[in-house]
Ligand binder design. Structure first.
Ligand code: SAM
Length: 284
């Protein structure tokens, strides 16, 4: 371990996202020397620890106990414990509860160090071949309707490369929502990274949506999507069918917005002109 002060400390240990050989020497050494290993799912992590013959007490640290358990672990670190945090896969604190424990440790004056290693978003971005000079990581899109719509609407004007995590059973819906809002553009569908059946498919958003409509997505996915083109002006309303536009307006009117307001809001969400939406839905 890289600390011999005798003080308690938190070690963020990155673990493989699919290929066990991706674990680092330093992570193995740290896990072996820890007093406690805090794991997101102990049943899952025991397999990893057994594989490397690591026998250190484990405790669970997950979404539902992230505040209470953080306080308990901080108490132990204050008494000198070395706590190694691992999550189900990849780098702790990236789209998982590790961020809360890390934040609380800083606020309590507990030393934290990060042992870098596998991370699905960086693996996907590098593999995609899509512009990596500037990017935004969205993690998982919200499932709650209103905030999801807002996040996707904000993404329509995003010029940087966009990276999104998605579970297989939500992939179809997410690709369909993204295609409707962002229009057709290039992307990489990255699946089962570092595993035996790793795939990276460069295609357009529409092709990805059609591909997923035609099969049952399985495995783990990262979407890497090209940012909005600097040169393009407002999207042509012709890209959206009357049915899709009407459904979007209805979503807002059902929430209590008046019809004109709803059309304005949909125009802003989609980056199309208000007049065109009006013409398509009313004048026809
Ligand atoms: N902390 C992790 C990291 O460093 O990437 C991410 C945890 S997040 C809860 C899990 C999501 O990461 C999955 O739903 C998937 O989108 C992505 N992911 C993790 N492993 C992956 C893999 N081997 N291939 C593709 N995506 C993966």
């Amino acid at each position: 371990m890289n600390d011999n002060t005798g003080e308690g400390m938190l070690y963020l240990c990155a673990t493989p996202i699919g290929n066990l050989s991706d674990i680092s020497e330093r992570v193995l050494e740290t896990l072996r020397g820890a007093d406690i290993i805090a794991a997101e799912d102990t049943r899952n992590s025991i397999k990893l620890l057994n594989h490397f013959d690591i026998r250190v007490p484990m405790t669970s640290y997950h979404e539902h106990n992230r505040y209470d358990k953080a306080r308990e672990l901080i108490g132990k670190m204050k008494m000198g414990a070395k706590v190694a945090l691992i999550t189900d896969a990849g780098t702790p604190a990236i789209s998982d509860p590790g961020q809360v424990l890390t934040d609380m440790c800083h606020k309590e004056g507990i030393k934290v160090t990060s042992l870098p290693g596998p991370c699905a978003l960086i693996t996907a971005l590098a593999l995609s071949g899509i512009d990596s000079s500037r990017f935004v990581f969205e993690g998982f899109l919200p499932s709650e309707k209103k905030s999801r719509r807002q996040v996707i609407s904000d993404l329509t004007k995003e010029k940087r490369t966009i990276i999104i995590y998605e579970a297989p059973h939500h992939l179809k819906g997410t690709l369909s929502d993204l295609y409707e809002a962002l229009g057709d553009r290039g992307m990489a569908l990255c699946r089962e990274l570092t595993k035996k059946f790793e795939e990276v498919s460069r295609m357009s958003l529409k092709e990805a949506k059609d591909h997923c409509d035609a099969c049952t997505p399985r495995g783990e996915y990262v979407l890497v999507i090209e940012g909005a083109d600097e040169e393009t002006g407002p999207i042509d309303v012709k890209e959206y069918s009357t049915k899709v536009l009407k459904a979007k307006v209805d979503e807002y009117t059902n929430e209590g917005m008046d019809h004109m307001e709803a059309m304005k809001k949909v125009a802003a969400d989609l980056g199309v002109s208000k007049r065109d939406i009006y013409r398509k839905l009313i004048e026809k």
